[in-house]
Design a protein around this ligand. Structure first.
Ligand code: ARG
Length: 572
């Protein structure tokens, strides 16, 4: 489809004088409805060049191009020239590409192997992996896949929140009210209990906060006892996080979290000082950002302890030195917008020209139906419980369908997990949303199960076709697409043809929802086609053309789901 647009631009430029192909290509539009043509060329911008009314230019241009055999029809409407392509040619080329490229369809090498860091998930140690973390986790995992498909060398980093004053609180609470057996038996829930208890008690007795701060300083200074407890909390937490990642099929290349940078911060503080960026304020060290309408960034507290942003500045420099990234992407909630603005500004002020290669990809908050989530009050929904419940419910639903017994567990897993991921990704990234069980487990509409079901439907048709389908997929038969030029199937073919551009756009905009929407459209178009027409008809040519469309649909949906991190079961 891409080459087609280029050929069209060349044809138009050839019919015009003094108007380059590149400029033509930029003006070409895709009408929302195929009835208005496959492409439209508006002539408004040409009026100044030719000193003629745009309508007149369009009329003459249409006249000139009408004889061109590349187009089925060329129409002039007002200042537009509308182009109708030869549907059979378009079909042949799109279907041919999809089948020939298979799992690679949609991939490209625009990235040229340049390194891109995608930092995502980054939960806090010794705290629950709750539903609020799911967005960073699934959006980040999907962006990593999209960038890989675009030919970048992707490094997936989990910037674990494994450092900071909260560990002072946790250790104090453990010593005062905790015991080892409870932590071992049920680590995260127990640790969360300590955290909640600490805040309740600290409200009555503020001296606990001082104790927590002093304990964290001991940890930062590497004192044996504190370090040991901290390491133990970290290990138990990581075990719990891994269960979630395993379920989601997510992997990381690095777990370099906040603590990783503790010995690298002094160098960075020195750099900030040498550049004259550090200022003293009430005993603390800050970077003044008032020239940029931002509050000051606190780099070091009065007691010498470092802060979240200090570790982030250090991490960014470390990443540049280690990976020489082309892009350093942070998938983090929009609540932290200011933090990232400050961070990137400080990096710029330090004189690093790569500050603009650091990108914050924000997303809206998840809240519960009865109010916001609050770790401090212990009001959380655990992600692992959500995933398990979704799989369980799915199992009940599909047990009544014709999924073979031995595939039941795997299918329930693929569909249950897919439902949760798809719903997260299809929500507009920036908007806040309310988590609702009903919506997650609703298997109709723009949902993962609907798209997966369409894929399984295609598989089932191909299974029934048997050898003929195999031959088509092997490329031994080239279907004659002139048998299949109806409106619905033509829309479907065009949507499949746009898939590589959709992947590119999703990457450029950091928006996996562009892919969820596109494959939902493809699924809807296929289902319309499936209901309108009988696929395994008597006429061999027609049957082969329909099977080819089915095979290409299955492949495109599968590739789209893969970029979202969702499996494509063959039976549902
Ligand atoms: N651990 C943080 C949280 O749960 C997110 C970390 C974001 N990444 C970063 N480089 N600051 O809120």
């Amino acid at each position: 489809m891409k080459d087609q647009k280029k050929e069209l631009a060349a044809a138009i430029a050839g019919a015009l004088e003094n108007f380059e192909e590149d400029k033509v290509a930029q003006l070409i539009e895709t009408p929302p409805d195929s009835a208005m043509g496959d492409y439209a060329f508006p002539c408004f911008k040409l009026a100044a060049v030719y000193h003629k009314a745009p309508q007149k230019i369009a009329e003459e241009l249409a006249e000139k191009l009408r004889g061109n055999g590349a187009f089925a029809d060329v129409k002039n409407v007002n200042a537009y020239v509308n182009f109708f392509m030869n549907r059979a040619d378009v079909g042949g080329s799109v279907i041919g590409d999809v089948i020939a490229e298979g799992d690679d369809y949609g991939k490209s090498d625009v990235g040229g192997g340049r390194p891109v860091i995608v930092e995502f998930s980054s939960p806090n140690i010794a705290k629950p992996f709750h539903i609020g973390h799911i967005r960073s986790t699934v959006i980040g995992a999907s962006l990593a896949k999209i960038y890989k498909a675009l030919g970048y060398d992707v490094i997936r980093i989990n910037h674990l929140g494994d450092y900071g004053t909260q560990f002072g609180k946790m250790i104090v609470a453990y010593r005062k009210w905790g015991n080892e057996e409870d932590v071992k038996r049920e680590p995260i829930k127990t640790l969360l209990g300590y955290y909640v208890k600490f805040h309740e008690e600290a409200e009555k007795d503020p001296s606990l906060d001082d104790e927590a701060r002093a304990t964290f300083t001991k940890l930062e200074n590497g004192e044996k006892e504190e370090v040991e407890i901290w390491q133990w909390f970290r290990e138990e937490s990581l075990k719990e996080f891994s269960r979630v990642y395993d379920m989601l099929g997510i992997e990381f290349d690095s777990y370099a979290g906040e603590s990783f940078y503790s010995d690298k911060m002094p160098r960075v503080e020195k750099m900030l000082e040498d550049k004259g960026l550090l200022q003293e304020s009430e005993g603390a060290q800050i970077v003044d950002l008032s020239d940029y309408d931002m509050p000051p960034a606190l780099i070091k507290k009065k007691d010498g302890s470092t802060l979240y942003i200090t570790r982030d500045i250090t991490a960014a420099i470390y990443r540049k030195e280690t990976y020489d990234f082309y892009r350093n992407i942070y998938v983090v909630a929009s609540q932290q917008n200011l933090h990232f603005k400050q961070l990137f500004k400080i990096i710029e002020l330090m004189g690093y020209d790569w500050a603009n290669q650091c990108i914050h990809v924000p997303f809206g908050m998840v809240s519960l139906e009865d109010g916001t989530m609050s770790t401090r009050k212990g009001k959380v929904v655990f992600l692992i419980d959500v995933l398990n419940k979704s799989v369980e419910k799915t199992r009940e639903i599909i047990a009544e369908k014709n999924v073979p017994e031995e595939l039941l567990d795997k299918t329930a897993h693929d569909v249950g997990i897919g439902a949760v991921i798809f719903q997260e990704l299809s929500n507009n990234r920036i908007k806040d949303y309310t988590f609702s069980w009903d919506k997650v487990l609703n298997f109709d509409g723009e949902t993962g199960p609907y798209v997966q079901y369409t894929h399984a439907r295609c598989s089932s048709v191909l299974r029934k076709a048997g050898r003929e389908a195999d031959e088509l997929l092997a490329g031994n038969i080239t279907p004659d697409m002139s048998k299949l030029t109806g409106d619905v199937v033509y829309e479907l073919i065009k949507a499949m043809g746009r898939f590589p551009d959709v992947v590119l756009e999703a990457g450029e905009k950091y928006e996996p929802s562009i892919i969820t929407r596109h494959i939902t459209d493809i699924a809807e178009l296929f289902n319309k086609f499936y209901h309108d027409e009988h696929i395994l008809v008597e006429d061999r040519d027609e049957r082969l053309a329909k099977l080819a469309v089915t095979a290409a649909t299955k492949q495109t949906i599968k590739n789209g789901l893969a970029l979202l991190g969702i499996a494509a079961p063959d039976r549902m």
